[in-house]
Design a binder for this molecule. Structure first.
Ligand SMILES: Cc1cc2nc3c(=O)[nH]c(=O)nc-3n(C[C@H](O)[C@H](O)[C@H](O)COP(=O)(O)O)c2cc1C
Length: 202
């Protein structure tokens, strides 16, 4: 089977990480560098990956996450955040390698699309982070690592712990590391025709 399809279908959420596994900084950087290639609308690159390695920060976050051990035991905890005002922060830099006419066109479209549309700005951050989180998970998988996507935590408390800027949103965590034991059997999938619809909903 194609390796990408195999990675998608074999990935599982890891609940037990090996706490003794240390991820080399160069490997973590390579994973993040690959994951940041996930797409963003108008290339506004509104995803921020907060890497939490400090033990005390991990302890505080674990406390705010129903004491889930993955927070402490993973090799790297990535807090996925969105800069919901990225669209207005010197947007020409998102198209700096493009010809000036293209750059100007995109800056104009970005302004038109986001200015005054608070809900769109926030939704876009969640879309971008969802895609980037999955890219991160798949890249980690390619490195022989395992991941757990997580949103089981007190968002307001975690925002305080990480000192999240007011114009950012906290989206989710991706814990990554070495799996210590195989996950329990899958919960099961819905019938395909319940999740796949054709042309319109009946
Ligand atoms: C957005 C999101 C949040 C999740 N939050 C948690 C979590 O807080 N703790 C946890 O152990 N698993 C969490 N999971 C993992 C799911 O429980 C798991 O992905 C699901 O049961 C399907 O299992 P699988 O990923 O092994 O196929 C989360 C998954 C997603 C996508």
């Amino acid at each position: 089977m194609n390796e990408i399809i195999s990675a998608i279908t074999s990935r599982r959420a890891t609940k037990k990480f090996d706490p003794s596994h240390i991820i080399p900084e160069a490997e973590l950087s390579a994973i993040l560098e690959a994951a940041r290639h996930a797409p963003t609308a108008f290339n506004i690159q509104n995803v921020r990956f907060l890497v939490v390695q400090d033990r005390e920060q991990r302890r505080l976050i674990r406390e705010a996450a129903w004491d889930q051990p993955q927070i402490d035991d993973c090799s790297a905890l990535i807090v996925m955040c969105a800069d919901i005002k990225a669209w207005e922060k010197d947007p020409a830099r998102y198209w700096r390698d493009a010809p000036t006419a293209v750059q100007d066109q995109y800056v104009h479209m970005i302004q038109q699309y986001y200015a005054g549309h608070e809900q769109v700005q926030r939704d876009e951050g969640f879309r971008s982070c969802g895609l980037a989180a999955y890219a991160l998970m798949m890249t980690a998988h390619a490195h022989g690592l395992h991941t757990c996507p997580m949103d089981g935590f007190d968002f307001e408390r975690v925002k305080e712990i990480i000192n999240l800027p007011a114009d950012h949103e906290l989206v989710m965590f991706v814990a990554l590391g070495k799996q210590l034991s195989a996950p329990s059997p899958r919960g099961g999938f819905l019938p395909l025709d319940e999740v796949v619809k054709r042309d319109f909903f009946s």
